[in-house]
Design a protein around this ligand. Structure first.
Ligand SMILES: [Zn+2]
Length: 230
């Protein structure tokens, strides 16, 4: 499978995942115009949504209108007041073309946020996608690609005097800190992992170069680390 980022920040998130037969959008938190500039929606089989926040769901109605089914939790569908979303649930596996998808719960200040494990039956790749979550508590054996939030560093966040205290507290209670991610990665068996994509870096409290170095240090040699920046 191939994973690419169209947009990755608190201003908008949208990613493309595909094998030789099936193409998915992960999130649609940018304008439909911008999405269409990067992908031909007539080739997209479905869109997976993690949660209702605008920077992940902005184009949901236009995506549905264009005939692409959208999958999300019932809580996300309700929060978006969108009955056309196909509801999926924690650990309820489903298929989209050649891809098997397993949603799993994540931890964020949203109605019912999900991450997704996607397995291609064609190339046998497994990808974990999880963003906007303060932590992760699943191990995902045999994973080949990881696309995970790497939002901020506690040190840089503390130095962000321009951010109001309330926002700073919200970030640390709802988003993934670099050390949390590194500790999580160190506890995984990543012997089959090829690439780690760092998602949703905070503009105010992250440093892409430093994050890539620290994540690389937490991984077996040879795994590539890519910071998805806009
Ligand atoms: Zn969010």
């Amino acid at each position: 499978m191939t994973f690419t980022s169209i947009a990755s920040s608190s201003h908008g998130n949208c990613y493309v995942l595909y094998d030789s037969q099936t193409k998915l959008l992960l999130e649609c938190g940018i304008s439909i115009k911008r999405i269409r500039r990067h992908v031909d929606l007539s080739n997209v089989r479905a869109c997976l949504l993690s949660h209702e926040h605008k920077d992940h769901s902005k184009a949901v109605r236009e995506i549905l209108k264009s005939g692409v089914p959208v999958y999300a939790s019932q809580g996300t569908a309700d929060a978006l007041d969108c009955s056309l979303i196909s509801p999926v649930a924690h650990l309820g596996q489903f298929q989209i073309g050649s891809l098997d998808v397993i949603p799993f719960n994540v931890f964020h200040d949203a109605a019912e946020p999900l991450g997704y494990l996607v397995h291609s039956r064609l190339d046998e790749d497994r990808l974990v996608f999880a963003t906007d979550t303060v932590n992760l508590n699943y191990r995902f054996p045999g994973v080949n690609l990881l696309a995970l939030e790497c939002n901020y560093s506690a040190q840089l966040l503390a130095q962000c005097k321009k951010l109001p205290d309330k926002l700073r507290k919200r970030i640390s209670n709802t988003h993934m800190e670099i050390n949390t991610l590194c500790n999580y990665l160190q506890a995984l068996d990543l012997s089959s992992c090829r690439s780690v994509y760092l998602l949703h870096l905070s503009r105010a409290a992250s440093s892409a170069g430093d994050f890539v170095r620290r994540v690389r240090f937490s991984l077996p040699p040879g795994v590539e680390v890519i910071a998805c920046e806009e």
